[in-house]
Design a binder for this molecule. Structure first.
Ligand code: MYR
Length: 185
């Protein structure tokens, strides 16, 4: 048996990160399972996950802007890149690819080949319509709304349903002018 050696600082942080990530993944799985038990209908679970994500997203944007030092994006294309490379990395630990822009430049796909939310997950046949990661679409919708972009975010591909990647479609519906928060007298 190899002798016990103390871990270096980096190794300790790496294992703490891994344990935290696993705990997070398992906790999310337990929450989805509980929602399935409580709500019974997968459509209702999808809605609930999206709403929970939205509520998280409207708060998480502040942390994102504070920690990332990202300034206002010049256009939706830059926003897409920031989400894929900075946002996903910050909160999910992975980056996404931005693909499949439409001609107007108002919708794009985020493709994830690695998705830590689904480690250890296998869906039973009764969950065919479940968007297990729907919390992510809600988070994006909520976060973008806080920086003036009303969007629709939908799942196009899902490896839990046999696809070759995870693909989220983000469509810009409306750019809402930011409101000045104080009344002028
Ligand atoms: C701007 O144009 O003001 C910058 C907008 C950047 C928005 C970035 C939103 C990041 C949301 C991260 C979601 C992570 C999901 C796991």
């Amino acid at each position: 048996m190899a002798p016990l050696a103390p871990k270096t600082g980096d190794a300790v942080f790496a294992s703490v990160d891994r344990v935290n990530a696993e705990l997070f993944t398992l906790t999310y799985g337990a929450m989805v399972r509980q929602l399935l038990t409580d709500l019974e209908e997968v459509d209702e679970v999808n809605k609930q996950l999206d709403q929970m994500g939205y509520n998280i997203g409207v708060r998480l944007i502040d942390e994102f802007l504070a920690k990332s030092n990202v300034s206002r994006c010049v256009d939706f294309k830059e926003t897409a890149d920031v989400i894929a490379k900075v946002g996903f990395k910050m909160f999910l630990g992975v980056t996404a690819s931005v693909t499949s822009w439409d001609a107007e430049g108002t919708s794009f796909s985020l493709v994830l080949e690695d998705n830590p939310l689904v480690d250890f997950v296998e869906l039973p046949d009764t969950c065919q319509g479940l968007h297990y990661c729907n919390i992510l679409s809600g988070v994006l919708r909520g976060a973008l709304e806080m920086v003036s972009m009303k969007t629709e975010v939908t799942w196009v591909r899902d490896m839990l349903h046999g696809d070759d990647a995870y693909e989220l479609r983000v469509k810009l519906l409306k750019q809402v002018p930011e409101e000045y928060p104080y009344k002028d007298d």
